[in-house]
Design a protein around this ligand. Structure first.
Ligand SMILES: [Zn+2]
Length: 107
């Protein structure tokens, strides 16, 4: 899909939002994002997770359950601050996108 660039930031915010609630796993996030209509392959999502970790927003640990090893991502204090900042921006954008009609700027 060619509008991918537009959604890249939204997907990151989704990931950070969920990581703020509880530690996340890649596969779990793929399923969660699918509920929101984002079809992501592991090849697309994993680089996003790595990127967020590189930025210092998430911290991953390898978890082992029997023979299965999974990487778990936890939010860092820095990630929390970044998410709070982004939420303020999203609220403002949301206001413009959906409540503009009060301001007389509708067409
Ligand atoms: Zn979500």
């Amino acid at each position: 899909m060619d509008d991918r660039d537009l959604y890249a930031g939204l997907i990151r915010l989704h990931v950070l939002h969920h990581a703020a609630q509880a530690p996340i796993y890649g596969q779990e996030m793929i399923e969660e994002l699918a509920h929101h209509g984002y079809q992501l392959s592991p090849g697309t999502l994993y680089p996003v997770l790595h990127g967020l970790e590189k930025k210092g927003y998430l911290k991953s640990t390898q978890m082992r359950e029997g023979k299965i090893a999974r990487r778990m991502y936890k939010m860092t204090p820095r990630g929390r601050r970044a998410l709070e900042g982004a939420k303020r921006k999203v609220r403002e954008l949301f206001g413009e996108l959906f409540h503009e009609s009060d301001s007389g700027a509708e067409r």
